[in-house]
Design a protein around this ligand. Structure first.
Ligand code: PMP
Length: 361
């Protein structure tokens, strides 16, 4: 730390993203990306003529993409906020709706960025433990004061709440914001979107990083009441009005138009998830019931850390969180069926007590 770093951040522990090795040597099942590329139409959305226009700033209102998203999801453009990945939606929401009197409320086991944003913005974190089986304690969430932040499905468990439970939390206190982070909703959970018209305290964060194969393009968006979105626009224009670049704005529009391609991929990923769950169970793993594009698994014979490093030594990257309650688990992103076969072979090898094979990177 330099002597110039503000005292405000002296004790800030930054978010640590999953490994992103740049050499392509691993079967990469560690950061919940789609194993499938964007559709051909999405890829051809960026023309040479558009690249030649990179000397010009993008539309700071992102109006064309907002209109396209609004029409697709059945809301008004004024109900949509665009962001540089859904992490930026979360960042704006913590800035806009939390303060010293209004903490953020979230479960002890959830997306690791929530406590980082709370610390970054100097707001309280009102942490509600998940139950023993990692289910959400909805009553405790209803009773806790502050902006409620829920990943649905949750990460890293993949477990989902029904829409009725979200509605109960919304109704428990209409005077606080409930932010539902739907990063993984397209893989089989219920969206809270139909609740938007009735609940002006609902904010939904979405991303095209997972179901739309666009993690590298950084496109997130939020749905909320006109007033909530206007607040977030004030924050956006006060931080980075050009938060979405020209290329991503175009890629996003093309991805919406190609919805059928991405819906098909989500179906394939959900089917691979179900067969992976069965296979891992037969290998002795215990799993949470995931509705996301990943599984959360532990094995009675292999500690989580050893499983992570044993798989890495065999060329397969998964995610391990060295945190209370979940240190024995690994989170495995669903890959293609071929990638999953490499995973199963590596696990079988570890279970047999084999040494890492020659293919190790
Ligand atoms: N929410 C959750 C629960 C996530 O797991 C992630 C991915 N790390 C994000 C939000 C952020 O995704 P992105 O910024 O790529 O949209």
């Amino acid at each position: 730390m330099s002597r110039f770093f503000s005292d405000r951040f002296a004790s800030l522990t930054a978010y640590v993203p999953g490994e992103q090795p740049q050499d392509q040597q691993y079967v990469k099942l560690n950061t919940n990306e789609s194993p499938y590329p964007p559709s051909p139409r999405t890829r051809s959305a960026v023309s040479d003529a558009e690249l030649a226009r990179l000397n010009l700033y993008p539309d700071p209102t992102g109006m064309r993409l907002r209109n396209t998203l609004a029409a697709h999801y059945g809301v008004k453009p004024t109900n949509v906020l665009l962001a540089n990945g859904s992490d930026e939606i979360l960042s704006f929401a913590f800035m806009a709706f939390c303060d010293a009197q209004t903490p953020a409320v979230f479960p002890d086991i959830s997306y690791g960025f929530y406590p980082v944003y709370a610390a970054l913005y100097g707001v309280g974190a009102n942490i509600i433990p998940l139950r023993e089986d990692f289910s959400m304690d909805v009553d405790a969430l209803c009773a806790a004061p502050g902006m409620c932040v829920l990943a649905n499905p949750n990460a890293p468990t993949g477990m989902a709440l029904p829409r009725a439970a979200i509605e109960r939390i919304l109704l428990s206190n209409p005077n606080r914001v409930v932010l539902v982070d739907e990063a993984y909703v397209d893989f089989g959970a219920e969206t809270a979107l139909p609740l938007l018209a009735e609940h002006d305290n609902l904010l939904i964060a979405r991303t095209y990083s997972k179901s739309r194969s666009m993690a590298g393009a950084r496109l997130g968006f939020a749905f909320g009441s006109e007033a909530l979105i206007a607040d977030l626009e004030t924050i956006r224009f006060s931080t980075n009005p050009y938060n979405l670049n020209r290329l991503t704005l175009l890629l996003g529009e093309a991805a919406v138009v190609d919805d059928a391609y991405y819906a098909q991929n989500c179906k394939r990923i959900a089917a691979t998830r179900e067969s992976a769950a069965a296979r891992l169970t037969s290998l002795g793993f215990t799993l949470t019931e995931s509705k996301a594009n990943f599984l959360f698994a532990r094995h009675p014979a292999i500690p989580g850390e050893a499983l992570y490093s044993g798989l890495k030594a065999r060329g397969v990257l998964v995610r391990h969180f060295n945190k209370p309650r979940i240190a024995e688990y690994v989170r495995i992103t669903i890959g293609t069926p071929e990638q999953m076969d490499v995973l199963y072979a590596a696990i079988e090898d570890i279970l047999k007590g084999g040494a890492p094979c020659a293919k190790q990177p």
